[in-house]
Design a protein around this ligand. Structure first.
Ligand SMILES: [Cu+2]
Length: 66
């Protein structure tokens, strides 16, 4: 399992948008997004390109922190 921090989420809509963005990346499964902690975690069915993850998150309107 991999965990990333996502900046800019403020409501359930944000959680849905980030969940969808992460789920669109090849190799990502079991996405869990926690609004309170700002953390998103997922399992990898194959090596995940973190740059692609960052790009999809950004396109959805959020940023990866760190
Ligand atoms: Cu929101």
């Amino acid at each position: 399992m991999k965990t990333i921090r996502v900046k800019g989420m403020s409501c359930d809509h944000c959680v849905m948008a980030v969940t969808k963005a992460l789920g669109s990346v090849e190799g990502v499964s079991n996405v869990r997004v926690d609004l309170a902690s700002g953390e998103a975690s997922f399992d990898e069915t194959k090596p995940v390109d973190i740059n692609l993850v960052a790009e999809r998150i950004r396109k959805a309107g959020y940023e990866i922190e760190g």
